[in-house]
Design a protein around this ligand. Structure first.
Ligand code: DSN
Length: 423
């Protein structure tokens, strides 16, 4: 029989780290655009006995016995994903968004093929062709970026590059771009050159689920995503597609790039899809965007330049040089973390500084919106951010700001008092 004791009894070191992390998450304002607070139900499911089960293959076609409940679970997650995103096909097995992209590329392309994607420097993702990722090493990526004047994706330029380079796939999607993607234009360019159109919706799939954003599945051949950002599910990846690509995608995920799927995570994904079908979640998704726009407006009014002129989604990129040429993203992120405002440094388009330093910050509103904050709190938060940057060398002022942050946080806790682990 397994040891019935709790983690606190078996391994107090790990138990303390879990407790400390809960306290850290609850005692600051979490503004990392790719993070959120998963529900208790999602965490129970992803910490369940499904962690014990091996079930390589797909429902009703496994290489193991004892899969009757695993089959039902995976089929439920697939059916919910298909319903939520009006997709013909879903694969819920990818361990992460990067693996979802890798499997999707190899499902329909061969190593060395040309793909077009947004450069990491301009807001794309590592897996959209960066030379430090498998994508740049194994495929011939051609990058598009932002227009230097407007800081928007210019579709005429995307078309010019596509016609010139004839990629077999065009990837749209981002991890640090705050404006709508013109799916119709991407689709028509892909059709013109006979390319597959893939949308990497990892950052915004939750806003699509909540119907606060257009559904990329209406335009794309394949949509890849993660399940733990705005959508608040268990950590992992997801691939949706038109029916014709389903078989190749399944083959690429397993046995192509993964062995056994992590069924406890699939349980957490299934619960999150269920939660995302509710009216409450739809209100949440709309509020995430309203909050981002309110926060961007406050920061802009305080003289902080928002890249691309504002936001249509859950995130914004801030150009710190608008406040002080010498201020780096690294320094600003550290001082903000010191007062309890946690975010990440981020390169801005054409950033003269290296990625570990940067001239920018990225902010996202999924977590604060889960806590119940609305536009009024975003104005307060914006002032706290501006004050912290302006008074970054004044210890007394920083202490007062930290008190202000604590007050705001105390009024909007992410987890209720009865949440397991609260002391
Ligand atoms: N690039 C990570 C982020 O946006 O934080 C996610 O893969």
């Amino acid at each position: 029989m397994t040891d019935p004791r709790s983690v606190a009894d078996v391994d107090p070191i790990v138990a303390d780290l879990i407790q400390s992390e809960l306290t850290r998450q609850e005692s600051g304002i979490q503004l990392i655009a790719s993070e959120n607070f998963a529900s208790r139900a999602v965490m129970e499911a992803s910490g369940s006995v499904f962690t014990n089960k091996y079930a390589e293959g797909y429902p009703r076609r496994r290489y193991y016995e004892g899969c009757e409940f695993t089959d039902q679970l995976e089929q439920l997650a697939i059916d919910r994903a298909k319903e939520l995103f009006a997709a013909d096909f879903a694969n819920v097995q990818p361990h992460s968004g990067s693996q979802a992209n890798m499997a999707a590329y190899f499902a329909v392309l061969e190593s060395g093929d040309t793909i077009m994607g947004m450069s990491l420097d301009h807001g794309g993702h590592l897996t959209h062709g960066s030379h430090v990722s498998f994508s740049g090493a194994l495929f011939n990526f051609v990058s598009y970026g932002l227009n230097p004047e407007t800081e928007l994706i210019e579709m005429d330029e995307v078309r010019r590059l596509a016609v010139e380079n004839q990629p077999k796939m065009i990837v749209a999607g981002y991890s640090a771009y705050s404006r709508h993607l013109d799916y119709e234009a991407f689709r028509s360019i892909a059709d013109e050159i006979g390319a597959i159109f893939l949308v990497d919706a990892a950052h915004f799939i939750g806003l699509v689920a909540g119907k606060a954003m257009p559904n990329p599945m209406d335009y794309a051949d394949i949509v890849t995503a993660t399940t733990h950002k705005a959508i608040r599910g268990a950590r992992g990846g997801l691939i949706l597609s038109k029916e014709e690509y389903g078989k190749a995608i399944n083959k690429a995920v397993f046995p192509g790039y993964q062995g056994g799927a992590i069924f406890s995570q699939i349980a957490g994904k299934a619960v999150a899809f269920h939660e995302a079908m509710t009216a409450e979640y739809q209100e949440y998704a709309v509020q995430v965007i309203r909050n981002a726009q309110a926060l961007a407006g406050t920061l802009q009014a305080g003289g902080l330049r928002v890249v691309s002129g504002g936001t249509d989604n859950h995130l914004m990129l801030l150009d710190l040089r608008s406040l002080d040429e010498d201020l780096t993203g690294k320094e600003a992120a550290v001082v903000l973390d010191g007062v309890g405002i946690t975010l990440n440094r981020n390169a801005i388009p054409n950033d003269p500084r290296p990625p570990f330093v940067t001239s920018g910050l990225r902010i996202g509103t999924p977590s604060v919106t889960t806590c119940g904050m609305r536009e009024g709190e975003m104005e307060r938060l914006g002032s706290l951010i501006l004050d912290t940057i302006a008074k970054r060398d004044d210890e007394t002022a920083l202490k007062e700001i930290a008190d202000g942050v604590s007050e705001l946080v105390a009024a909007f806790p992410p987890y209720p008092a009865e949440f397991p682990g609260h002391v």
